[in-house]
Design a protein around this ligand. Sequence first.
Ligand code: SAM
Length: 224
Amino acid sequence: MNFEDKRKQLVESLSKRGVLNKKEVIKAMLTVPRHLFIPRDAESSAYMDTPLSIGCNQTISAPHMNAMMCEYLELKEGDKVLEIGTGSGYHAALCAELVAPKDSNDPGHVYTIERHEKLVENARVSLKETGYVDKVTVIHGDGTMGYPQEAPYDKILVTAASPKKIPPPLREQLKEGGILCIPAGSMGYSQDLYVIRRQGDHFESNKITGVRFVPLIGKYGFNP
Ligand code: SAM
């Protein structure tokens, strides 16, 4: 089976499980080639619903987690998105597919921050190879500080586990009516996924499900 067929099979199985529902997210997952964002020797596992190692002791999340976060964020054409934890660059590419689809009249943009320089370099290469380089800006730094240069954001996603106290810069940099999707809890692989919506100075928080993410390390995260 070729990669495209395997990708279709994965998307069908996520849809059957009820993880994937929105047609735009389904289209994005069918379009972005996950196998081009992971190390060559793991290519054969690219379309299994599992996290995979990407070097620097980090992982690309399982596809069901990418799908869930994209759906909860209600990403739409024109959105300005901030992602904390670029990792492989795959999730940023999925977001770009949703906010800046081909031939869009009102393309959005994705800003994504990664603390490991090597992963920043790799992600830039993968995003260039797959044609997302103009839609995604990869920044090397501590994402717990957000990226004030481009704030406010319509949507913010954090793909590493935050302490229970959400980093204040991320709340501050969220636009009125914006959505923040973030795993938060303890560093020991036991967290909950939260979807937080900003209404004025009020943040309405919904706990979605238990999750396991690598820790968010930084000034407003955990200590290295
Ligand atoms: N979204 C990624 C993808 O599509 O491959 C997966 C992200 S991986 C589960 C979490 C990433 O967050 C790791 O690459 C890790 O280095 C990064 N990270 C942890 N703390 C960070 C911080 N303060 N700022 C930026 N990146 C951070």
